[in-house]
Each structure stands twice: as C-alpha cells, then as structure tokens.
Write a protein that binds this ligand. Sequence first.
Ligand code: FAD
Ligand code: NAD
Length: 405
Amino acid sequence: MKRPTILVLGAGYGGLMTVVNLQKSLGADEADVILINKNDYHYESTWLHEAAAGTLAPEQVRYDIASVINSNKVQFVKAEVTGIDVKNKNVTTNIGSHTYDYLVIALGFEGETFGIPGLDKYALSIANVKAARQIRDHMEYQFATWSLEEEKDDSRLTIVVGGAGFTGIEYLGELGNRVPELCKEYDVPAEKVRILCVEAAPMVLPGFDPELVEYAVRQLESKGIEFSIGTPVVEATPEGVKIKKGEDEFEFIKAGTVVWAAGVRGNRMIEESGIENMRARVKVDKDLRAPGFEDVFVIGDCSLMINEAINRPYPPTAQIAMQQGDMCANNIIALIQGKQTAEFVPDLKGSVCSLGDSDAIGVVFDKKITGTKASFMKKMIDNRALFMVGGVGLTIKKGKFNFLK
Ligand code: FAD
Ligand code: NAD
C-alpha cells in the first residue's frame, strides 16, 4: 500500500506540535510528512509584543525549524502557500504544488481591521516577527527624527494603541519599560511622549476579572499610559486616528505611531479554500476536521470551536493551538491505522497577561495572581512552550530565566 502523504501548512504553535508528535509516533516508512512554512524559522507569536516594543530582540523570538524536526521523518519546504483546493486535494505555493492524503491547515492569524477605513494602510499590526521589527524601528525613527528636527513636531512622540485586549495591554506593558529608555537614548523629555490606548468596549480587557483589570490599569497609568475607553477608532489617516466619543462627537488624535491590536481573524488562505468559514476561521468538528472533508484538519487560530458551557467560541490562543496540534497528530495516526478519531477537549489552565518584564496579572488554576508571581508564571508558560517543541536544548537557548528582574 502507498505510504500516505501528510501535508502540514504553517510552522506556528499548532503546526509544529503536530509535526513533533508525528515524528515521535510514526516510523520513517509509515508516512511522508511534509511541513510547509513561509520562513525557515518559527517565531513565538506570544512574544511579538516584546519584539514590537524593542524589549526583546527579534532574533530571540525565533528559532530555526530545522533544529526541532527530524529530517529522516519530516521534509521541510520553505514556501509561501498561495492556494488551498480541498476539492482536488491540492495545495499551491510560490515554488510548486503538493497533493496530500491528509492535510493540516495551521496558518495562524492575521490582524482584523473590521473594514475601518485607513487601518490597513496607516496602522501597524503586531502580526508576525517582521511586522514587530517594523513597529520597533518605526517608533525609534520617530524619536530619532524628533531629536534632530529644528521645528519639533511633538505628535511624532504620540503612540496610539488601538484595542485594550490581551495583545494591546501586553504591548503597553512593554512600552512602559521601553519608552523611558528611548527618551534617554534620544534626549527626549519624558513629558513630550504620549502613550494612549483607545478601546471600543466600556472596559479594558473586556470579560476579564475586574479586580485584576483594575490592577493592570493602575500599574500602566503609573507609567504614564492613558486610556480612552468606550471610544472606538473609526478611521486612520497618515496623521493619526479618529475616535468616536459620543453620538455625533469625534476627536482626531495626531500620532506618529499607530499600532492596531484590536483583534484577529484566521489566515486569508482559508477564504478561498472551498471550506465554509467565518472571518477565515473554520468551525471544526469535534475531532478537529473541517466539516465535510474527512482528510482535512484545521487547527490553531484558523479553527473555531464553541465552548458549550458558555456558548461562545474559545479564544484563539497558543495554549489551545498546541493542544490541538498534539491531538491532530494522534487523530491522523488513528485514521492511518483504521481506528476511531478522538474528540478534542481543551484543557484550560488559565491565562496570564504580562505588564512588562516583571509584572503581570493572571488567573491560573482558578487562582488570581499579580506582580512578580504572575510574571514568573508567564515566563514559565513561555518556557514550557519551548520545551514541548524542542526539549531542554531549545528551552536553555531561547528560554526566559530572568525571574528576579
Ligand atoms: P501561528 O503561531 O500564527 O503560526 C502560523 C504560521 O504559519 C507562522 O509560522 C507563519 O509564518 C505561517 N504562515 C502564515 N501564512 C503562511 C503562508 N501563506 N504560507 C506559509 N506559511 C504561512 N496565546 C496564548 O495562549 N498565550 C499568550 O501569552 C499569548 N500571547 C500573545 C501575544 C501576542 C502579541 C499575540 C499577537 C498573540 C498571543 N497569543 C497568546 C495568541 C497566540 O499567539 C496565537 O493563538 C497562536 O500563535 C496561534 O497559533 P497557530 O499555530 O494557529 O499560528
Ligand atoms: P481581542 O479580540 O482579545 O481584543 C481586541 C480588543 O480590541 C477588544 O477589547 C475590542 O473591544 C477592541 N476593539 C475592537 N474594535 C475596536 C475599535 N474599532 N477601536 C478600539 N478598540 C477596538 O484581541 P487580541 O488582544 O489581539 O488577542 C487575540 C487573541 O490572542 C485572544 O484570544 C487573546 O486571548 C490571545 N492573546 C492572549 C495573550 C495571553 O494569554 N497573555 C496575549 C495576547 C493575545
């Protein structure tokens, strides 16, 4: 019998966990496993806010895919997926095409702009490691230019962050540490800098524990960060953003840097794949397969699962993407061996939101934590993700061990 071809698209958390489990569990002659990713490195999406603020070097956020795969069992192809045709079982890339017996779509997230005019063009988004580096460099350029200008344009030093969800808050936490360093480096008086977070909902971190939210806001405000709550961004221009403050009341905020962190959607490749989707996310069956396609699995931020206890979708997180990757590999092996697939049930351990390098808030195993304790927990979670993919070696090389900072 012909060996099945398993094609995995994307080497993020979901894709890498799938491949790592497949290479552990399958013999080299049991299947042809092909992993396609647009870069020859993986980046930790969960650390991108640090790279975007400049508190962590972009190189530290990424590692070579070759260092975590077994080339005897997995063929890695560096290519950009340009089309997925599930009806004809064909995936095209910028350098060729592939057929498959089993397909795993793990192409991750893209920033969601909800069609708000100007955002795609004029706002920066913490979407991947290259975009994060661009944000860091753009911000530094504004500081450098201001310090050279004869007639100073102080709006260069205004940073607007759209969205006070987890990404926005974590990025603000890093800015709280980085901006004082930038002020020193570029001789900028601290009072010239304005960091403003604009949130559409009536609260920061909507839906999160109010006591922890209050702590986070207090900590960020103590670093000079301002919040404008209940005031959605309605337009972006080359000069800044327009926010809605009341029924017919708008304010324009001139800003040299606008970072859009107001939500995510799935990868656009999903939308032309022939699979039913909502904002490029596929509402998957319980065993992670795309409805109607027995050989197609969709995991990570491209997938959507309903938490039946509250009748709302699970949030797209690395925590879930990794667990799905593990289960997806098990289910493919089950299919190859003619066995039943299993149901995926997320094992949620909680969530921790960092507020810079040594502060955080979180709920872990139903316990609220703040400060250095929460920050320690966040770093342990980050290290665990490295360990699960690349073992002790990768954890030592890339891990976070500055617990006492
Ligand atoms: P990704 O990790 O996004 O990986 C997708 C991969 O596909 C990438 O390697 C990409 O290069 C590749 N790719 C994309 N398009 C193509 C293409 N056309 N062709 C080839 N390759 C392609 N979640 C948590 O649980 N905890 C956290 O602390 C946390 N912090 C976060 C902080 C930030 C700043 C952000 C933005 C997100 C955070 N998240 C966190 C969410 C988490 O990062 C995502 O849920 C997770 O990355 C999804 O994993 P994934 O495998 O679906 O996709
Ligand atoms: P999100 O959807 O969680 O938050 C987006 C925020 O933007 C919301 O508060 C929303 O009200 C606001 N918003 C939407 N439209 C707006 C507008 N027009 N103007 C102003 N504000 C607007 O998105 P996210 O923060 O990017 O997070 C994406 C996913 O990644 C989530 O599932 C999150 O849990 C996960 N994540 C987790 C962590 C962590 O666990 N530490 C960190 C980052 C992200």
